[in-house]
Design a protein around this ligand. Structure first.
Ligand SMILES: NC(=O)C1=CN([C@@H]2O[C@H](COP(=O)(O)OP(=O)(O)OC[C@H]3O[C@@H](n4cnc5c(N)ncnc54)[C@H](OP(=O)(O)O)[C@@H]3O)[C@@H](O)[C@H]2O)C=CC1
Ligand SMILES: CCCCCCCCC/C=C/C=O
Length: 351
């Protein structure tokens, strides 16, 4: 006999609902809060059978999953051990009893690392209307999605980047960094990027960055930053934190702006670091340093998404994706992204 727990029915079981094909959902759950770098044993695969949808609900089947750095720090605050891993997916509407969602349409869902889910539609966002057939839907998780919006709003609203200014971005070969650099070029800035491999450096030069260096192999970060821009930097789009940020702050020009977007070099720390402190450069160069999360511009997402789509369609914004095949490989894709395996957005296909 299957045991019913709320809406879920534990497997194995043989129950078939009247006129309903039982849908099995597979989910990656967090076994234990991460300590240091996430490892495969922190994740456990679970399977449940989903009950039939009710009026107002839809049944979703994931097509693409995203793994993002925020999952590392957010998991601590937003999840309990045993929960399904948080995250966003592009999903197809398999069944619908909600007139706002047509069977066969595609939506963004926050169901997390789960292959199938039931939603009342409230947390779902339809993909941009008229999504062109030649543009991969996975971009809704990257260049034409949350990371692209982060770049767009962070660069415009926090860095206030203007033509002829000099922009520095670290984590430059990733989902956010590649778009920051290219939007800065569209604005008419000089762009300097840093990334963690020679292949990444080569890629960034190909997509139009003016100066790029491999932060892992330069003998001195200070010299590398000075060589790339002897005049210093007007804008710093900060994705990394730690030593890189300490050194870069000292290279800012008068009235420079620093958009504190992320601090990936710190996410696995178990003991808080002691810095050099930011006060001297902030005071004497009269800098503005501001943290943000992209959700600040929730009411302007459509404006950002339409602009990003336009640039992609016009070929002004190049995109690259690091695609891992298969839901079973989600933990290794996440672990790999945090270590720097990806050029562009890290995506996992459901199948
Ligand atoms: N504030 C906000 O709203 C948002 C913030 N973010 C932040 O933006 C940043 C980039 O995110 P995203 O583009 O999605 O991720 P990426 O696609 O850039 O992937 C993460 C990258 O971080 C780099 N990295 C890992 N460890 C280190 C380290 N110790 N020092 C320097 N670089 C490291 C790796 O590249 P490499 O080979 O170069 O080391 C890796 O590829 C993150 O800090 C993230 O938290 C992202 C989205 C929204
Ligand atoms: C479950 C979906 C949550 C989406 C949150 C996106 C917020 C991004 C803010 C990122 C901060 C640092 O990476």
């Amino acid at each position: 006999m299957a045991k019913v727990k709320g809406r879920l029915i534990e497997v194995p079981f043989t129950v078939i609902f009247h006129h309903h094909r039982m849908i099995l959902s597979r989910s990656w759950t967090l076994v234990k809060h991460f300590e240091g770098a996430p490892k495969p044993s922190d994740f456990k695969l679970k399977e449940v059978g989903l009950s039939p949808i009710k009026n107002g609900e839809v049944m979703l089947e994931a097509e693409y999953f995203s793994v993002d750095p925020y999952m590392r720090p957010y998991s601590k605050h937003m999840m309990k051990e045993g929960d399904v891993m948080i995250g966003t997916q592009v999903a197809r509407v398999l069944e619908s009893k909600n007139s706002e969602f047509q069977v066969g349409s595609f939506v963004l869902s926050n169901a997390g690392w789960t292959t199938h889910s039931i939603s009342n539609g409230k947390e779902l966002t339809p993909l941009l209307a008229n999504w062109p057939a030649h543009i991969p839907r996975s971009l809704a998780l990257g260049t034409i999605g949350m990371p692209g919006l982060t770049s767009y709003f962070g660069l415009h609203e926090i860095c206030c980047a203007k033509k002829d200014e000099i922009v520095l971005v670290n984590g430059a070969a990733g989902a956010v960094g590649t778009i920051v650099g290219q939007i800065a070029k569209i604005i008419g800035c000089k762009v300097v990027g840093s990334a963690g491999s020679d292949d990444k450096v080569q890629y960034l030069k190909e997509i139009g960055f003016d100066e790029v260096f491999n932060y892992k192999t330069v003998s001195s970060l200070e010299e590398a930053l000075k060589k790339a821009s002897p005049e210093g930097y007007d804008c710093f789009f900060e994705n990394v934190g730690g030593e890189f940020a300490d050194v870069a702050l000292l290279q800012m020009r008068k009235y420079g702006r620093i958009a504190v977007c992320g601090a990936i070099s710190l996410y696995n720390d178990t003991v808080p670091r002691k810095g050099p402190y930011v006060h001297y450069p902030l005071i004497f160069q009269e800098l503005r340093m501001e943290g943000f999360t992209v959700q600040r511009w929730l009411n302007r997402y459509n404006e950002g998404l339409e602009k990003l789509m336009q640039w992609v369609v016009e070929g002004k914004l190049k995109y690259d994706e690091h695609i891992t095949k298969g839901f079973d490989n989600m933990p290794s894709a996440f672990i790999g992204m945090l270590k720097g395996d990806n050029i562009g957005k890290a995506i996992i296909t459901a199948k």
